[in-house]
Design a binder for this molecule. Structure first.
Ligand SMILES: Nc1nc2c(c(=O)[nH]1)N[C@H]1C(S)=C(S)[C@@H](COP(=O)(O)OP(=O)(O)OC[C@H]3O[C@@H](n4cnc5c(=O)[nH]c(N)nc54)[C@H](O)[C@@H]3O)O[C@H]1N2
Ligand SMILES: Nc1nc2c(c(=O)[nH]1)N[C@H]1C(S)=C(S)[C@@H](COP(=O)(O)OP(=O)(O)OC[C@H]3O[C@@H](n4cnc5c(=O)[nH]c(N)nc54)[C@H](O)[C@@H]3O)O[C@H]1N2
Ligand SMILES: [Mo]
Length: 769
């Protein structure tokens, strides 16, 4: 009996424990706006789909690595002892390293895992694999791969992403927010490492009280909360660069741009101007040109341009815009548009990425370094761009372009995944099933039987965060949270750290891996390091014991508003950007020098591979937005009621405009088949005029639930949009995922509804071993 303090990506909380079981959770008392997602935790903790014991796919166990790989995802598993599982894994790690080298081990393991910074699953895995001689990693993130590639070229660093102007600055100084992709609280429920304080709602309300006007540019009206009373402009999805060009052209021809700013703080406006005016290609990118592409009235575009120039304007662009084809252009053009207005570095002006995409974006905070476990160095240096995993598995030795280099895919023999769910996050899941048939061995640590666990050979039961002690912390949250163990491990689960310690012992590097520290030693150590680093920045943190006894540390909110690029604005000679020119690169000689047709030397409009403006939309006339889910984090907690109560006859809801619904005879509550050439899935219809005509919303995160497990192309019963999305890179520069560029069709599903079987545990369990 008792109460413990803890934290998760969706917020800090306390848990009540009775008779060794968590019975309820309460949000952290200082959190002004906690999320309902939290309430899923007790149910998920004891759900039937927890992995109860180590399990091995039958053919792999009987025939060894590589056996009957086509059966992955559809075959039964055999329970084995921890010792047997660990012996087999140690042997297999040794074999692959000896026969194929460390680059044959894919340990990128992309994924959010849980909030605690010590038991952070991916870091634990990578630290372990580095001790083993290294692995092939993944760089950048599914969130912002295209942005992370382009921003250093044009702005020198990630200030526009990681050091955006604070909400205090916006509330006090901005007059007009132009929000591409909207700015809301749905996505601000979460923060990697946890949020002690969900502050976005508080700041958005202050923005409203201050009388700031908001323009919500998105195909989904509810991306921005009603109380902001925003103007809704709903362009065709993925046409934003054309809209921005139309705005830029209007600024130029109406002499509303700022030549002095462009001259002193930027380089390459001349080249861009020739493109903008049409001097280079006979196509002026004027408001009428933009209107035809975006389906937004030209007068609306001209009017918005005038308002942007006349007011102190903050342009915000959400991460989502660069998760479409040629996503680099959206970020680049955002910066160029802001540069033409000339308010970059002024209070309340300029631009920033990801406001509303994540809780901590714009949160006023002292920049201290959060406690963090080091993964160490990877001796192989081998990596792929994060979202090119299926390409890598299907084309060993294949060549590809990335950020100015021609690179080669390694020959992958083993996948080791710990803390991520590619059958949630990757595009074109039918292609991924095929890719997952290539390596000889796939090992997954998971608390739950996700689709990824079902497609593995060896599945080890990992504890969830409530079954261990940890520290929760994010560089964008003002709190460091103690995370106390609530209960003993459920079933036979073990901490990832303990699993790797056991493997490290078998492989002869236990001391290097553990540094002879226990869990408690590590927490104290990581905290002490963070405390020393904070002291160097004049922020005083209490000692570890005081912190742990109190349950949290609160770092005070800074009094002054933070303005991004203020130093650069004040003196660009003393404080140049870290670009080759020291200025904002409207034209980049570096990028131009790469010679990429899909990412030339200045921002341009490039037609996406699939979008509503293409002349080939007859078969698949609807643009699918597979955005982030309101009721969970990605696929996490999909098994619990908070997420499942929002479903329709067990399927993920799909929102569709009344006109499109009527044309297809669809009504609220129907089950529909959403399909294209890549796959098909069942979803529950919600008719809504918050969705632009021609667009549907099917949020991510419904667990992939194939009608015939393991079969490529089979119907997904549950509403996972990634059976429909395209698996290719944004461009040769960024190679980011393009999930937001997908056309589909939708029709009423008349057949008997198949049962949902995503949450039943392993595909099947064999009793022999
Ligand atoms: N169509 C489409 N697809 C998308 C997106 C989109 O907008 N549209 N968005 C993309 C984005 S931005 C992202 S970030 C990705 C997210 O993709 P992921 O981060 O891979 O998704 P999660 O469901 O959070 O997966 C984390 C997994 O870690 C497991 N886990 C939690 N704690 C532990 C632990 O302590 N140990 C171990 N071993 N495992 C643990 C969880 O059970 C869960 O299965 O999805 C991407 N996919
Ligand atoms: N509740 C919850 N919150 C989350 C997450 C979660 O799983 N659940 N995931 C977190 C993660 S990992 C990330 S990276 C962030 C992602 O943050 P974002 O990338 O901002 O999130 P999305 O929900 O994909 O997209 C936001 C909105 O952008 C709009 N949009 C999409 N494409 C276009 C376009 O081409 N043009 C315009 N104008 N608008 C477009 C869609 O209407 C969509 O609702 O969210 C985080 N927040
Ligand atoms: Mo993300």
């Amino acid at each position: 009996m008792g109460t413990i303090r803890h934290s998760a990506h969706w917020g800090a909380f306390s848990a009540e424990v009775r008779d060794g079981r968590v019975v309820s959770v309460e949000p952290f008392e200082a959190d002004p706006n906690p999320t309902p997602i939290l309430q899923a935790m007790p149910e998920a903790l004891y759900h039937d789909c927890r992995v109860a014991e180590p399990m091995i796919r039958k053919s792999w166990l009987e025939g060894g690595p590589g056996s009957n790989r086509e059966a992955r995802g559809g075959e039964e598993f055999v329970a084995v002892s921890w010792d047997r599982a660990q012996d087999l894994i140690a042997e297999e790690l040794t074999r692959v390293k000896q026969n194929h080298g460390n680059t044959a081990i894919f340990g990128g393991s992309y994924g959010w895992a849980s909030a605690g910074r010590f038991h952070h699953a991916k870091t634990q895995l990578q630290r372990f694999l580095n001790c083993h001689g290294g692995f092939t990693a993944q760089v950048h993130s599914y969130s912002i791969a295209a942005g992370l590639a382009i921003l250093p070229h044009i702005l020198g660093d990630l200030q526009s992403l990681r050091g955006v102007s604070s909400w205090r600055d916006i509330a006090e100084n901005t007059k007009l927010i132009v929000a591409f992709g909207g700015v809301g609280t749905k996505n601000a429920q979460v923060e990697p490492g946890g949020a002690g304080e969900h502050s976005t709602d508080k700041w958005l309300r202050r923005v409203r009280t201050a009388g700031v006007d908001v323009v919500n540019i998105t195909p989904l009206r509810d991306d921005t909360p009603d109380y902001l009373e925003a103007q809704w402009i709903a362009p065709r999805p993925n046409s934003d660069v054309a809209l921005m060009l139309g705005l830029a052209h209007t600024l130029l021809v109406q002499n509303l741009h700022d030549p002095a700013f462009l001259n002193r703080y930027c380089t390459g406006f001349e080249q861009f101007e020739r493109y903008l005016t049409g001097a280079a290609d006979d196509t002026p990118k004027d408001a009428d040109w933009a209107a035809a592409i975006t389906d937004i009235d030209a007068d609306t575009i001209r009017d918005l341009a005038r308002r942007m120039a006349a007011n102190r304007t903050m342009i915000t662009t959400s991460y989502s815009l660069q998760r479409g084809d040629h996503g680099e252009q959206t970020f680049w053009m955002t910066a160029v548009l802001a540069a033409m207005i000339g308010q970059v570095g002024l209070p309340g002006g300029g631009f920033g990425f990801g406001y509303g995409s994540m809780q901590g974006q714009g949160n006023p905070i002292e920049p201290i370094t959060a406690p963090n476990l080091s993964a160490g160095a990877n001796p192989t240096g081998s990596f792929i761009p994060v979202a090119r995993i299926a390409d890598m598995l299907l084309h060993p030795g294949g060549k590809y372009e990335f950020n100015g280099r021609t690179r080669t895919y390694p020959d992958t023999r083993m996948i080791y995944w710990c803390g991520g769910n590619p059958f949630h996050h990757h595009q074109d899941l039918n292609r991924l099933i095929n890719a997952f048939r290539q390596p000889e061995t796939i090992i997954v640590h998971e608390p739950w039987w996700t689709a990824t666990a079902r497609h593995a050979d060896i599945v080890l039961p990992a504890t969830t965060t409530l079954e261990r002690n940890d520290i929760g912390s994010s560089s964008r949250d003002r709190y460091i949270m103690a995370m106390e163990q609530a209960v003993e491990p459920v079933g036979d689960a073990r901490n990832d750290f303990d699993i790797f310690s056991g493997l490290a012992e078998r492989l002869g590097f236990k001391e290097t891996f553990t540094e002879d520290r226990t869990e408690r030693d590590w927490l104290r150590h990581l905290y002490d390091v963070a405390r020393q680093q904070a002291a160097q920045k004049q922020v005083e943190l209490p000692d570890f014991d005081t912190f742990w006894a109190k349950g949290h540390v609160e770092v005070p909110e800074p009094e002054n508003a933070h303005v991004a690029f203020a130093d650069f604005r004040a003196d660009p000679d003393t404080n140049p950007l870290k670009t080759p020119s020291g200025r904002i690169e409207i034209f980049s000689e570096t990028i131009d020098g790469f010679g990429y047709d899909d990412c030339p030397g200045h921002p341009v409009w490039l037609e996406p591979v699939e979008w509503l403006g293409s002349d080939n939309t007859e078969r698949f006339p609807l643009h699918m937005m597979s955005n982030q889910p309101a009721t969970r984090l990605h696929a996490q907690m999909d098994c619990a009621s908070v997420s499942r109560d929002a479903k329709i006859k067990g399927r993920e809801p799909v929102a569709i405009h009344p006109t499109d619904a009527t044309a297809r005879g669809l009504s609220d509550g129907d089950i529909a088949r959403v399909f294209n050439v890549r796959g098909e899935t069942l979803a529950g219809v919600v008719v809504s005029d918050n969705v632009r005509p021609g667009v549907i919303r099917l949020a991510t995160g419904a667990w992939y639930d194939p009608a015939v497990p393991g079969k490529i192309g089979t119907l997904d019963k549950h509403g996972n949009p990634n059976v429909l999305t395209i698996d290719r890179g944004t461009s040769k520069l960024g190679q980011g995922p393009i999930s937001h560029s997908t056309l589909v069709e939708i029709e009423r599903y008349e057949e008997d509804l198949p049962e949902i079987t995503a949450f039943t545990g392993p595909i099947a369990k064999a009793s022999v071993s």
